[in-house]
Ligand binder design. Structure first.
Ligand code: SF4
Ligand code: FES
Length: 234
């Protein structure tokens, strides 16, 4: 089948205006949008620029807007889009560096701000730090994050003010806040309770809809809000 792939283009070195280029491609219904981008780059325009690595929904590097919705290009099939014209654009709310590549540094700065690592100052035990299956299940959902930024860049609060740390950072804080072995929950919750933390979340659910890992993002944010309000982690 023939499809038209309409791609956002911007080259800061020689483009004065951001624009779209349309590539006419012969594709299979089971091709992924990433396959279409690869085909356009390989056979029509080698300057077309986008991020990708694993091509299997694991690395999170090819998040982009596909027909107006944040998706991983390697996980969206042509047949699922039900359209002969497929529009791909960079994520919103982050500066475009070239074509579909955005500057991820502000996103990762927010991620780093919530201490997304295990903190425990007790002397290490002779074997592992034990945890029951129930305790492990408490934060299982938020361990699945691949840092694709689809949630944060679909959030109107983040578009309005990029100082908001965004749902992804809070999801990654949740993963450690509710880990029974960790000791830095209080510090993380105090930070998230500041001006650019959960106060900016208006429960719009765009983040949950955008997540390619099907993480219950809004639920995780609500659990963090509740922990801030009650001071309890149950
Ligand atoms: Fe991507 Fe989901 Fe993680 Fe957000 S929570 S960064 S959408 S994997
Ligand atoms: Fe790795 Fe799509 S290329 S998630």
């Amino acid at each position: 089948m023939e499809v038209k792939l309409k791609v956002f283009r911007y080259n800061p070195e020689d483009d004065k205006k951001k624009h779209f280029d349309t590539f006419t491609l012969e594709v299979e219904p089971t091709d992924r949008v990433l396959d279409l981008l690869e085909q356009a780059k390989a056979y029509q325009d080698g300057t077309l620029t986008f991020r990708r690595s694993c091509a299997h929904g694991i690395c999170g590097s090819d998040a982009m807007r596909i027909n107006g919705v944040n998706r991983l290009a390697c996980k969206v099939l042509v047949k699922d889009l039900k359209s002969k014209t497929i529009t791909v654009e960079p994520l919103l709310g982050l500066a475009v560096e070239k074509d579909l590549v955005v500057d991820m540094e502000p996103f990762f700065d927010h991620y780093k701000s919530v201490m997304p690592y295990f903190v425990n100052n007790d002397p290490p035990p002779s074997k592992e730090r034990l945890q029951s299956p129930e305790e492990r299940a408490r934060f299982d959902d938020t361990t699945k994050c691949i840092l694709c930024a689809s949630c944060t860049t679909s959030c109107p609060s983040f578009w309005a003010n990029d100082k908001y740390i965004g749902p992804s950072a809070i999801v990654n804080a949740h993963r450690f806040i509710f880990d029974s072995r960790d000791q830095a929950a209080k510090e993380r919750l105090e930070f998230i309770n500041e001006q650019f933390g959960t106060h900016r979340c208006h429960t719009i659910f765009n983040c949950t809809d955008a997540c390619p890992r099907e993480i219950q993002v809004t639920k995780a944010l609500n659990e963090v809000k509740k922990a801030i309000a009650t001071g309890r982690l149950d």
